[in-house]
Design a protein around this ligand. Sequence first.
Ligand SMILES: [Zn+2]
Length: 173
Amino acid sequence: MSWTVPEQIKLTMVHQMEIRQEPGLTRSNTRETTCVVRRPDHGELRAALKCGRCGREGVFVIQDLETTKRLRRGPVARSLVAAVVLLGVVAALWIIGFADGNILFQVLAIPASLLFLPIGIYLACSPSGNIGVRPPESVHFSTDTVREGLSYVTRNSRRGEGLACSGYAKPAN
Ligand SMILES: [Zn+2]
């Protein structure tokens, strides 16, 4: 829902423990910690969320509504221009191809529609994913990948620290 700026934001810390790649299947073992915060009325809010696995405190910086709208203005405008161009190219191929009987444009019209229409519609519906939250820095640990039977398992090379600890934010439902 990226036409609207969410009022409630769900913050998540993700600690990735290991990745197990089996033939045709990848399993990722993670520990997630979440909380929901309300966007500040004015200024920025710094919210700390502790990772439930390693105890690291990730600091999220959340901007107020006005600042977030300003940050979104550029990306939204660029997405809408791109959507108009993509839809315009498809429309031109169909019109020139079939109204003027141009074989080359007729041949191009269908693959161009399949390729450009979904992108254009996506950009028009979701012009920016920016919700005005800066997530904490990710921490990556040194890892090893070992073969176990038919699987490849990636885990921390020393102890059970895991692979990475990171955070992300999204609109809360
Ligand atoms: Zn962690």
